[in-house]
Structure formats: structure tokens, C-alpha cells
Design a binder for this molecule. Structure first.
Ligand code: ATP
Ligand code: MG
Length: 557
């Protein structure tokens, strides 16, 4: 990570010796959904900072809320963190493993007279809490004796009371200007089965109580979290100081927001449950699983995180920055291949029937070390329908009757005749080729104004192509007219399916971790869920930012 306000804080700690120059960070997801690009940023930040200071990085599930948590999410999060390359080695932890220790700490605070059992219900609690301008009022149960509190808290744990009947609260100050310090709740009663501890517990710790304890028990030095916890830091500090245990430094940074994207887990879950997308790993989702299936390389996500850095103030990043990071990596690494999405058959009338030949194609002009490959040429070929015009406008330089173009890596061809069906649709072109232009250059120095891609009909295979685009067609999907919600901004054209594209034969052996540039068309990869006999390829991205024009138009309006 380039220097930022977090590394400045760490440098200062290292100078003063606060943590004996130790750096230990963690990523603490709640397993209630899949990770998204915002989490990827938090992971990158925590992991790269640990690495930079020769420190350690933990993955810890903050699984303190039994209601929404599931094993499926735990599994997906582990897979995603590993894929992102953040190495937690043997340091995979669960907050639920600390429940007993947390309970002991609570007993310590009760014995110190710093926590009490309160019988107020949720509504009454809110009422007595006060507001930003008015102080709160003490609970009538605040003066319970230590003995009574110990007895009631034990009975809370033993399941003697129904949900919501009692809470354990810290005894701080009901008039404190920071509302988080007005006797916050530490435990609530929830007779709910937990995905790991099952029915062992019916009291569960709140985030504020649990989080600092988790950090402390793992000897985390720098507890990096998002800005909304800034107001909670005094409480984080209060608990640790009262207990007198190891005290990490909480540091807040701005969460990532991205245009044309929603990053709220609740909304992402709504898209999944409402079947607006094909699951959490739909290639249009901003989830790590979705981006991976889409074909985004991890290096691109790293470059993106590095570029946007860590900030102290909330802002929104243009999704174009992410897409450019993806193109930047793919341009250097993706193998070039030829594929025709909307095929138009052409017959080379002066090429012998039944003959074929091998030509050489460059795998990546950006990287000569990626070498050459063989491609096949024969009498019948496919080109894109768009590369031919029957009545070409002046500035159209591709194929039309009587015009000559270059077939990439092959020959010059000239269109001689258009063949139509009974409805007048163009079904085939009859062309001639110049055998002296093998490899794509004419010995007489004659030039053509266009080079088009093609495949040999006898050698290519048919595949499905999913043309993915942005999931939302508004830069701020949450901005909606009254009565509507973010789903009204879904882009109806975010998935276009081409059922019979023609691909060069080398793609038959593609695996989902390989990325290709289909020449002139964009970047593509094999879909990891492509199983049937007909292969499915995903469009990772177009070659250029096709949305820039749309946005310019929007600005002009
Ligand atoms: P929720 O609290 O609604 O479940 P969350 O996105 O905060 O959602 P967590 O599992 O608590 O989910 O997040 C784990 C970590 O990822 C936290 O430290 C959080 O600060 C960080 N994080 C979450 N969203 C973003 C984001 N958009 N940008 C950067 N960091 C994020
Ligand atoms: Mg959270």
C-alpha cells in the first residue's frame, strides 16, 4: 500500500514502541452474505498493511448474531479470501469460540459494579436513552446489587427468561454526549440456534461488546474498520480499559462506494432471492464470487484497491476505474483469439474445395513471449454480419461488393457477389482471395483500409456467449422516484445471450481461469458453470469504455 493515514499511524506507533513494532491486522466478516468488492478493499488494506510491516493477518468470523448466519456464507467467504490471495495461514478464528471468555469478562464487569441486568423492554430502553440534544434517564434497575446482577445474569444464561425479557448493560453515563456510552447493551436474550454453537447459548453478545474482546484476545494491534464505527471507538476503548486487557488501536477508513453498483448485503440478498440474478455468483454481481466468475483477474482487483487507496472521507468511485483496471491487466495477459458472434458465411470461390491450410497467428502483440499459434483457413469462412454492408456509407471501409479487405493473419479477399434467401436476407457472400497476400500483405504494396476477423467454417465450433453489461443503468441505483426502489434501476440489457457464435478451435480446451481477447470484440472467459456439450463463454468486458459516451450525453442533457 502506498503511504496513507493508516500507515502514518502505524509508523508513529512503531516509533513510540506502543506495540513493540508489531503489526497484526484482521478481516472480521459477519457470515450473513457473500463478500463484495467493498470487502475486497478491506481485505486488501488489512492484508497488504500486515505484509508491508512483516506482520500477521487473521480471518475471523464475527458470528455473534445467530439469526442471519449460515455455513454457506462461511464457506464462500473462506474461498473468496483465499482467492484474493490474503494468506491467513492457520489463523482462522470464530468469535463464537470466545463466547465463554466473553461471558467471564462480563462477570468481571458486573463484579466491578460496571454492568447490570436491566428489565426494560426495547421501547422503554429507547425512550430513556434520550437524544442528541437531551440527556437520557437512568434505568430503575441500574442500582441492582452486584449479587443480584450475578444471579440474574447466570439465570439469563441458563435460559430462565424469554427473548427480550432482560439485557445486560454497561454502567457508564446516561447523560454522556455520545449516545453509544449511555449504558449500552452487552447481551440480549435470543433463544435461537447458532450455526456453530447450536443451542449452547441463549444470550448473545452485541457487536460493540464483542468486537474489542475478539481483537484483544487475538492480540490484534490495529483494528481497521469503516467510518460508521468512529463514534463507537470510545466504547471500544472503555470496555478494554475497564477490563485492563490488551488494547488494540481502532482506526476507521471510508467504505468503498461504486457508481452503477449496490453494495448493501441486504439489497444483494434481495436480488438473489427475487431471482433478478442467477445467484450470489452471477457474473453481474459486485460480489467477489461474481467478479471471479465474470473473469475479473485478482491482480485487477489489487490494482484497483491500490489505486483508490485508503481515505478518511466517504466518496464514490466511478465503476469505470474498476473496469479500466480489468482491461489494463487483460490487455497484457489475455491471449488473442478469433471468434465470430453474429456469423455471416462467405465462400472463397477460387479456393479449392476440401483443401485447408495452417496459418500463424500472434497470441499477444503486447507480449511476444506468449508466442504464436496455428489457425486454419479453408474455402468456407464466417465473418461478422456487421463487417459487410450492401450499401456502404462513405466512411465504411470494411467489406462491400467490389471492395477488398484483409482477413486477419490470412489473405486479402474481395467480395464478388451477395447471395440472398427468398425473403431478401443476405445469407452468404461469394468472395475471391489473392493467394499472393498470404500472411496479410500484398507484394505489390497495395493497401486495404480494414482488417477483419474470421473463422474457418470447417474448423470452428458453436458456443453460447453471455454478453454481460452493468447490472444497473443509473450511476446511483439508490436514487429513485417516490414509491420505487433500487430495483427499478436494473439495466434490462445487462445480459444478452448469443446462442450460436463461431469460435476458433483452440478455445475448445479453454478452462475458466484463462482469459481471452476475442479480437475486436472484447475480453471473454469460459463460464465456470459451463457444463453442457455446448460451451458457454462470458464477456468480461468490452475493449473500450462503451458507457463513456452515454454518460457524456447524460451530462449534456
Ligand atoms: P452488515 O454490517 O450490514 O452485515 P457489512 O458490509 O458491514 O454489512 P461485515 O461482514 O460486517 O459486513 O463487513 C466485514 C468488514 O468489511 C468490516 O470491517 C467492514 O467495515 C468492511 N466493509 C464492509 N463493507 C465495506 C465497504 N463497502 N468498503 C470497505 N470496507 C467494507
Ligand atoms: Mg458490519
Amino acid at each position: 500500500m502506498k503511504p496513507n493515514f493508516i500507515t502514518e499511524i502505524i509508523d508513529e506507533h512503531n516509533e513510540t514502541g506502543r506495540f513493540n513494532s508489531r503489526v497484526h491486522t484482521r478481516f472480521p466478516p459477519e457470515p450473513n452474505g457473500y463478500l463484495h468488492i467493498g470487502h475486497a478493499k478491506a481485505i486488501y488494506l488489512n492484508y497488504s498493511i500486515a505484509q508491508q510491516y512483516n506482520g500477521k493477518f487473521n480471518l475471523r468470523f464475527d458470528d455473534t448474531n445467530p439469526c442471519k448466519e449460515e455455513q454457506e456464507y462461511v464457506d464462500s467467504i473462506i474461498e473468496d479470501v483465499k482467492w484474493l490471495g490474503a494468506k491467513f495461514e492457520d489463523r482462522l478464528f470464530y468469535a463464537s469460540d470466545y463466547f465463554e471468555q466473553m461471558y467471564e469478562y462480563a462477570i468481571t464487569l458486573i463484579k466491578k459494579g460496571k454492568a447490570y441486568v436491566c428489565d426494560l423492554d426495547a421501547e422503554k430502553l429507547r425512550e430513556l436513552r434520550g437524544t442528541l440534544t437531551a440527556p437520557g434517564k437512568n434505568s430503575p434497575y441500574r442500582t441492582r446489587s452486584v449479587e443480584e446482577n450475578l444471579d440474574l445474569f447466570t439465570r439469563m444464561r441458563n435460559g430462565e427468561f424469554p427473548d427480550g425479557a432482560k439485557t445486560l448493560r454497561a454502567k457508564i453515563d446516561m447523560a454522556h454526549p455520545n449516545l453509544n456510552l449511555r449504558d449500552p447493551i452487552m447481551y440480549r436474550i435470543l433463544h435461537s440456534s447458532h450455526h456453530r454453537t447450536k443451542d449452547k447459548w441463549c444470550i448473545y453478545p452485541t457487536y460493540d461488546w464483542a468486537h474489542g474482546l475478539e481483537d484483544s484476545l487475538e492480540k490484534i494491534t490495529h483494528s481497521i474498520c469503516t467510518l460508521e464505527f468512529e463514534n463507537h471507538r470510545p466504547l471500544y476503548d472503555w470496555f478494554l480499559d475497564e477490563l485492563g486487557i490488551f488494547h488494540p488501536q481502532q482506526i476507521e477508513f471510508a467504505r468503498l462506494n461504486v457508481t452503477y453498483t449496490v453494495l448493501s448485503k441486504r439489497k444483494l440478498l434481495e436480488l438473489v432471492q427475487g431471482k433478478f440474478v442467477d445467484g450470489w455468483d452471477d457474473p453481474r454481481m459486485p460480489t467477489v464470487a461474481g467478479l471471479r466468475r465474470r473473469g475479473y483477474p485478482r491482480e485487477a482487483l489489487h490494482n484497483f484497491c491500490e489505486e483508490i487507496g485508503a481515505a478518511k472521507f466517504n466518496s464514490t468511485i466511478d465503476v469505470g476505474v474498476l473496469e479500466e483496471a480489468v482491461r489494463g491487466v487483460l490487455n497484457k495477459t489475455a491471449e488473442r483469439v478469433m471468434a465470430v458472434l453474429k456469423p455471416l458465411k462467405i465462400t472463397i470461390t477460387n479456393y479449392p474445395d476440401g483443401k485447408s491450410e495452417e496459418l500463424e497467428a500472434v497470441n499477444n502483440p503486447e507480449d511476444p513471449s506468449m508466442g504464436l499459434r496455428k489457425i486454419y483457413f479453408s474455402r468456407e469462412l464466417y465473418i461478422e454480419q456487421d463487417d459487410f454492408r450492401e450499401n456502404p456509407p462513405k466512411e465504411f471501409f470494411r467489406l462491400s461488393v467490389g471492395k477488398e479487405v484483409r482477413l486477419r493473419y490470412a489473405y486479402f479477399i474481395k467480395c464478388e457477389e451477395v447471395v440472398k434467401d427468398e425473403n431478401g436476407n443476405i445469407v452468404e457472400l461469394k468472395c475471391s482471395y489473392d493467394p499472393k497476400t498470404r500472411g496479410g500483405n500484398a507484394p505489390d504494396g497495395r493497401k486495404v483500409k480494414a482488417t477483419i476477423h474470421w473463422v474457418s467454417a470447417a474448423h470452428c465450433f458453436t458456443a453460447q456467449i453471455n454478453l454481460y453489461d452493468r447490472l444497473f443503468n443509473s450511476p446511483d441505483p439508490d436514487k429513485v422516484e417516490p414509491g420505487k426502489d433500487f430495483k427499478s434501476n436494473l439495466n434490462p440489457d445487462s445480459l444478452g445471450i448469443i446462442t450460436a457464435a463461431k469460435l476458433e478451435p483452440s478455445l475448445k480446451n479453454a478452462n475458466p481461469s484463462q482469459r481471452f481477447q476475442f479480437e475486436r470484440l472484447g475480453y471473454f472467459c469460459l463460464d465456470s458453470k459451463s457444463t453442457g456439450p455446448k460451451l458457454i463463454f462470458n464477456r468480461i468486458s468490452t475493449l473500450r469504455d462503451s458507457w463513456a459516451k452515454v454518460e457524456q450525453k447524460l451530462k449534456k442533457k
